[in-house]
Design a protein around this ligand. Structure first.
Ligand SMILES: C[S@@+](CC[C@H](N)C(=O)[O-])C[C@H]1O[C@@H](n2cnc3c(N)ncnc32)[C@H](O)[C@@H]1O
Length: 298
């Protein structure tokens, strides 16, 4: 598949995005702002942007808006926006639905390139500069998979995993970022599956941009159930990954590696129990998020 032109790469399907706009009153300290942000991220938004309403409105010092922060989260599915909305209702946030104008392009303009282990993770419009790190050019479009902590933590573990000459599967490949990283580090066969067909299209497009071969398919573990892999990548929420733990173990060759991310710190112990046929060989954390690298026993 030919790489899309740069113009196509940077056009987002804004119309497909469900926006949830949350106005948080941070005066008086009665609101758990971190909890609100955490809830927004739990439903796998494409992005979350934050503006101080004062600054945005040019009305510094207006007591009507002073201390209000607008968080705008974008979800691919209305059900995710509704799920976040339902959880937020008790968290003290004032919720407003609506279009927040040009926030998607604002998000891109503010997004930096990231150095993640030995990878240089960037949007197509970022300059690579003189970096000698492994270049990863990722167009997330409306897929999950650019700079969320769960992606970056998983990427850090890919960086230290044995990848050269391996067979790899990425369950829930999203933008393809993890699969592409493994391919760039010399994996000989890389398969990605995702239940979202747009994610599979973006994995294909990003693979072409990065000049690597990924076999990407719409679906889930059933598509690869007859195979075993040296490295299994699994960055999905715990609600998705825990029930598939047994299937994931079958997909992993004995002695092979599983990298699982999307785990909240409070879920870490349960994760190690669910993946009981594995031992933890490395882990990374950032804020509330944890990623584990595990080796399948014997
Ligand atoms: C958190 S995103 C991770 C994307 C990418 N791997 C990354 O690290 O940035 C999870 C992805 O898994 C997909 N997904 C969710 N449930 C799935 C399932 N049961 N099987 C396959 N993919 C799934 C979603 O569509 C989404 O693209």
């Amino acid at each position: 598949m030919a790489a899309p032109s740069p113009k196509q790469q940077s056009s987002l399907r804004v119309d497909d995005v469900q926006r949830l706009v949350v106005v948080v009153d941070v005066r008086g300290g009665g609101v758990d702002y971190d909890l609100i942000v955490d809830v927004l991220w739990r439903f796998e938004p494409v992005a979350v942007s934050e503006t101080e309403i004062d600054a945005a409105a040019g009305a510094q010092g207006d007591p009507a808006t002073d201390g209000l922060v607008r968080l705008t989260a974008a979800y691919k599915a209305a059900a995710d926006a509704a799920g976040a909305h339902a959880l937020l209702a008790d968290a003290g946030a004032r919720l407003v639905h609506g279009d927040d104008g040009d926030w998607v392009s604002n998000w891109r303009a503010a997004e930096p390139a990231w150095v993640v282990g030995g990878f240089f993770l960037r949007l197509p419009e970022h300059d690579r500069g003189n970096s000698e790190l492994t270049d990863l050019v990722i167009e997330p479009s409306t897929t999950f998979g650019f700079s969320h902590p769960s992606t970056r933590l998983a990427l850090e573990l890919v960086d230290i995993a044995r990848t050269a000459g391996t067979e790899v599967v990425d369950i829930g490949c999203g933008s393809g970022v993890l699969a592409i990283a493994a391919a760039k580090r010399g994996a000989t066969k890389v398969v990605g599956v995702d239940i979202d067909e747009h994610a599979v299209a973006m994995t294909n497009a990003n693979a072409a941009t990065n000049d690597v071969a990924i076999e990407a398919h719409v679906g889930s573990t059933e598509l690869v159930a007859a195979q075993q892999f040296d490295l299994v990548l699994l960055n999905v929420t715990a609600g998705t990954s825990f029930p598939m733990a047994e299937t994931i173990a079958h997909l992993t060759r004995p002695g092979g590696t599983l990298i699982t991310s999307g785990i909240l710190a409070a879920q870490r112990e349960v994760a190690t129990q669910r993946f009981g046929g594995f031992v933890v060989t490395a882990e990374r954390s950032e804020g509330d998020w944890v990623a584990l690298q595990l080796q399948r026993l014997g």
